[in-house]
Design a protein around this ligand. Sequence first.
Ligand SMILES: [Zn+2]
Length: 158
Amino acid sequence: MAKVKKAGAVRVARSGKQAKAKNAPVGASTGARKAGGRKRAKGKAGNRGKVKVGPRRPVPASTFRVTALDPQKKCGAGTSVQQLFRINEELADGVRAHLVFFDRHGWYCEHGRDCPAVAPAKKFSQKVQKVQKVQQVSVMAHGNSGSNGLTHNGRMRA
Ligand SMILES: [Zn+2]
């Protein structure tokens, strides 16, 4: 609950500043500006509630440790392999190593397409791509909101 207190303090300080500047030209627009500030704070609280995404997933019988390898280093510069992963499957009685490939034929392990190491390799690859996408998006969003705030303040729409 300490977080809520903090957010409120920030909002009050900000809207107070704006209200002061706004009060001089037109009184009516102050109310609109205040409502906007309140709305924004509400959205923040909503986001905070959403953040309970835990790494919960079913635990498999054996653990797969995935390491991304460079296919060209491993298979040669002319290789058609686009992705290559080394999978260490940790079993109760030891570790079993896999090499999982992805090329135009799809995913397959050195032990065959149905090897259980194919799934974690696929998942790993998708996760990496997702993370890269998220980072790009968040950078863009940050830039946008920054410039938006500037124009908003500069215009001071009456
Ligand atoms: Zn395998």
